[in-house]
Every structure is written in C-alpha cells, then in structure tokens.
Design a protein around this ligand. Structure first.
Ligand code: AMP
Length: 280
C-alpha cells in the first residue's frame, strides 16, 4: 500500500484505469473508525483497486470552527487501511490542494442551504469543491459515503449528476457504538460525562421513531419532543432538529411517507450530528 501526494496518486490511478481496473474511492478526514472502515470494506468488495483519501479539508471549516483541533493520526490510519486491503492512501498537503492563487469552487443550491448549511454557510461549498477535486484527480468509478452525513451524500450525489462527473455515489449505513451513539472522529473530544450526554442524539431520534410507529404524524410536535429530550441534558445545546423530505430536504408538515429526522447538537464544545429515516 502506498501513501501518495497529488501527482503520484493521479499517475497511479491513471495507470490502473489504463489496465482496465475499476477504482473505488472513500474520501475521509482521517482518524479512522468502524464507520470509515465499513465504507472501505464495501469499496474493497466492489472494485479492483481501493483508494482512501485522508485530508482535513480547510475549505469546509468555518473561521470559528474546529479545524485546528480536528484529530489527526496518519500512522494509525495507515495501519487500519493496510489491514483492510486498501491499495493507496491519497494524503495531499493543503498547499497541493489549494495552491497560491486558488479561487474556484463548486456550490450546490437549495440542498446546501438547509440543515447544517444554515449554521455552516460555506461548509458544503468546501465539501463539494474538495470532492470534485478528488474525482478529477483520481477519476474513480465509485465513491463511498456514509448516511451518518445524510445531507452530504445527498448533495454530493446531486453535484455528481448535475456536473456529469461519471462517478457512482454509493451510500452506506450509519455505524454506531453499542449504545447507539453514531461513530465519529469527533467523539474523541468527549469526556466521560459528555460521552453519556451525547447519547441524547440517538435517544431523541429513537424516541421519534417509536412515536411515529405508534401513530404520531405531526412533525412540529415530534420536533418539540426531540428538542425537549435533548435540552434536558445539561451539556447539550441544540443547533437544529428538523424533519424533512429525504430527497429534497424540504420541511414536512405531516408524515405521510418516509421522512428524514436530522439533528445537530453541541455537547460541550463538540458539535455532533445524526439522523434516521422515519416511516409511517
Ligand atoms: P469524515 O472523515 O468524518 O469526513 O467521514 C468520511 C466518510 O465516512 C463520510 O462519508 C462519512 O459519512 C462517513 N462516516 C463517518 N462516520 C460514519 C459512521 N458512523 N457510519 C457510517 N459512515 C460514517
């Protein structure tokens, strides 16, 4: 397994394509956990060659966000990738990705302005720009994304279609800890008390699921119920709790078909997100 910068990774991927080998890409920001590994394993099953990109993308962090404290551990990540049968880690420097004079970007419309887009207005332009660059550099056949970041995978799929990128976007289920907390690189920041509080995201979503199964249909009441559950935790503060259409991300009033319940919550200083599909 090689760990390559931009020029070497692009040349290697081009050589694989020339040999007729299919390429699966799993974009990550590193500090890999079981969630990432589930994407990597799926890519391993479906492609001749697997590339994992590890890049903490400055463009998707806002000025007051956690870019500097985002966890990094390339050595551990490389060992996990090797074990999972990855062929190449693409690990560019910020200067390689954003050389002096860089001033272009990919932005997606309404899908990027709701949910996380409200409190992180430049986030999805950063995500789409870096993912677009990864696709151009490596030209994968398939790219693997987690449903944990539901809005992200919806936006990336829209972008790939809208801009004829020729990459199949594969969505993989959310991997959780035994108690239900969605795995996240940011969970590392939680102290013991916060780790307990963090369970309120999953509890709120599960409780909404139970209420819908019992016949609840009014999304306002469900959102209020989820907010109340979360706000009863001392260290938790809600960024948003919403119930939206799973394709358009538009708000839904009454639940008549499958909807997406999505939320973002600060546990202390750490912002966590999670979501589930609710079916009437
Ligand atoms: P990140 O390194 O957080 O940018 O995540 C890289 C990819 O892994 C994204 O497609 C995420 O949606 C996915 N991912 C992160 N956490 C999980 C999880 N718990 N389950 C499934 N996929 C995940």
């Amino acid at each position: 397994m090689k760990i390559a910068g931009a020029a070497e990774a692009a040349a290697t991927a081009a050589a694989w394509r020339k040999e007729g080998l299919s390429i699966g890409l799993t974009p990550t920001m590193g500090c890999l956990h079981e969630g990432h590994l589930s994407l990597i394993r799926r890519a391993r099953l479906e492609n001749d060659r697997v590339i994992v990109s590890i890049f903490v993308n400055p463009m998707q962090f806002g000025p007051s966000e956690d870019l500097d404290r985002y966890p990094r551990d390339l050595e551990r990540d490389a060992a996990l990738c090797r074990e999972a049968g990855v062929d190449m880690i693409f690990h560019p420097t910020p200067e390689e990705m954003y050389p002096e004079g860089f001033q272009s970007g990919i932005s997606v419309g309404a899908l990027a302005q709701t949910l996380c887009g409200k409190s992180r207005p430049t986030h999805f332009t950063g995500v789409c720009t870096v993912v677009g660059k990864l696709f151009n550099l490596l030209r994968p056949d398939r790219a693997y994304f987690g449903r944990k970041d539901a809005q992200q995978v919806i936006i990336v799929r829209r972008m790939a279609r809208d801009l004829n990128m020729g990459v199949e976007i594969v969505e993989c289920p959310t991997v959780r800890e035994d108690d239900g907390l969605a795995k996240s690189s940011r969970n590392i920041h939680l102290d013991a008390a916060e780790r307990k509080s963090a369970l309120c995201l999953f509890k709120a979503l599960s409780s909404a699921g139970e209420q819908v199964a019992a016949g609840a249909r009014d999304t306002q009441a469900l959102v209020r119920h989820m907010r109340d559950l979360i706000e009863s935790e001392v260290s938790a503060s809600v960024d948003y709790v919403e119930i939206v259409d799973p394709d358009s991300l538009a708000p839904v009033g009454r639940i008549e078909k499958k909807v997406l319940a999505a939320l973002a919550v600060f546990i202390g200083k750490t912002r966590l997100i999670d979501n589930v599909l609710l079916e009437p």
